[in-house]
Design a protein around this ligand. Structure first.
Ligand code: SDX
Length: 428
């Protein structure tokens, strides 16, 4: 793959490293051998580091491009559904009609969870955060299936992936029902992935929820938009955990923990809370000023991105979906949406945001949309987990399918104490 090399001159020595070019994106300098030369590269936060080679997702932050297996997110959001996308991300392409029918049937069959899982949930207070519940339930799933999965066998990895994709909606809806003090609702055969999720979330007292197809399509599209995003913090966590050979359910639990943070997946919940706090258009300038004030830790939630220095293409689709849901629900004068639209307009004209290339990201409109769909804000990140599980497990499988994969183990620059002797406590 190497077409050229990078030369480095250190202490009168010259080191040469191969440069590789992918299909798109920045060429990479392979510094694997630099450790043998007695040096490490130093890149806290991995701002300039490609941690792996992947064929799953490509992001062009400058142009606001997002491709899943080469397909533009805009086309996938309009022309496919989440089962198409999940198949595409995991197996490498959109399914044929028969492949899709088989895949949907397999996923539907695997959606129910063991009764014991309900007992695990009973250990949580109904006020507990659903993400904490999801982490524990994934650990419980690992305890049920660990012995049956050999991660070195591709067929076992495929089976584990289908189980995770199938059971995460059931687990997520269980957490919601528990927080409402209700018993879980079982999935039903014959419903689509998004329909089943809404059924398990909103059916109650023996009465099935009325499945409004505009709202079902919105939920399905939200799953597509959140399904994968190359080497973000939570996906990198799943890859790193998976590189030790750990159980796939446990690796996904680690990814959930990483996604929970407000700088990452927790931003949708924080963004809605921020819009509620702003509450009216005339308070926007005060919050814009706070976001620009270095002394103030406040950041405009739903704005900015490590990679996108242009509009997040998912935010554009999310805004359209938000409109559709608000119209369908008759929330034409949704004050939060008005605040969000005005906040976006003002921020995009403000030189601070323009200079720092801070644009709305996927989380900016997802909170308002999920809120209008009747999803409580503390479940927003759990919805993100539901969708991203497909991306996580696709990366996990891709990594383990390589014959050159090895355990991830970064080094460091040590700046602590030089060697010194322990003194008896009476002399310390
Ligand atoms: C997701 O990685 C992914 O792909 C993530 C994700 C995915 O699908 O997996 O896309 C999902 O996590 C989206 C991001 C959701 N997070 C938020 O919306 C939280 C608010 N955003 C910020 O916390 C921030 O923008 C980050 C964390 C998203 C990105 O942080 P970076 O890349 O480390 O950028 P930075 O902190 O270095 O910021 C650069 C400058 C700084 O100012 P200076 O130090 O240069 O003066 O921009 C400022 C920051 O202070 N800045 C903001 C800001 N985001 C960055 N100022 C005000 N409000 C903001 N939101």
């Amino acid at each position: 793959m190497s077409k050229s090399t990078a030369k480095m001159h250190i202490n009168q020595q010259e080191f040469e490293f191969p440069i590789y070019e992918g299909t798109y994106g920045a060429p990479v300098i392979d510094v694997t051998s630099i450790g043998k030369q007695g040096f490490y590269t130093f890149d806290p936060g991995f701002l300039g580091t490609a941690a792996c080679e992947s064929k799953i997702t490509f992001i062009d932050g400058a142009k606001g491009i997002l491709l899943y297996r080469g397909y533009p997110i805009e086309q996938l959001a309009e022309q496919t559904d989440f089962m198409d996308v999940a198949h595409c991300l995991f197996f490498g392409d959109l399914p044929t009609t028969s492949e899709k029918a088989t895949f949907i049937n397999e996923i539907n069959t695997l959606m129910p969870v063991k009764d014991e899982l309900h007992s695990v949930l009973d250990g949580f207070q109904t006020t507990g955060h659903p993400i904490a519940m999801q982490i524990s339930l994934l650990g419980a799933e690992a305890s049920y299936y660990h012995e049956a999965i050999d991660i070195n066998k591709s067929d076992d990895r495929v089976r584990a992936a289908k189980m995770l994709i199938a059971k995460i909606p059931t687990i997520t809806a269980m957490c919601f029902q528990h927080s409402q003090g209700h018993k879980p609702i079982q999935p039903e055969s014959g419903l689509s992935y998004a329909e089943n999720f809404m059924h398990m979330m909103f059916s109650k007292d023996g009465k099935d929820v009325e499945l409004n197809q505009t709202l079902v399509k919105a939920i399905d599209r939200i799953f597509t938009l959140h399904a994968d995003h190359e080497q973000n913090a939570s996906t990198s966590t799943v890859r790193l955990a998976g590189s030790t050979g750990t159980d796939p359910f446990a690796a996904v639990a680690a990814g959930i923990a990483a996604l929970w943070g407000p700088a990452h997946g927790g931003a949708n919940e924080s963004c809605l809370n921020m819009l509620r706090e702003i509450a009216s258009v005339d308070k926007i300038p005060e919050y814009i000023a706070r976001a620009k004030d270095k002394a103030d830790p406040f950041r405009l939630m739903g704005f900015g991105h490590r990679v996108y220095k242009n509009y997040d293409p998912r935010a554009t689709i999310m805004r359209k979906t938000c409109h559709e849901v608000l119209n369908e629900k008759g929330c034409h004068d949704d004050s939060l949406f008005k605040v969000a639209m005005e906040l976006e307009r003002i921020a995009l004209e403000d030189e601070y945001f323009v200079e720092k290339k801070l644009y709305p990201n996927v989380d900016f409109y997802s909170g308002i949309t999920l809120n209008a769909l009747g999803i409580p804000s503390n479940l927003f990140t759990s919805m993100f987990v539901l969708a991203r599980t497909t991306g996580w497990i696709s990366h996990w499988h891709e990594m383990l399918s390589r014959d050159d994969f090895r355990i991830s183990r970064p080094r460091q620059m040590y700046s602590g104490a030089a060697t010194r002797d322990v003194l008896p406590i009476t002399e310390r």
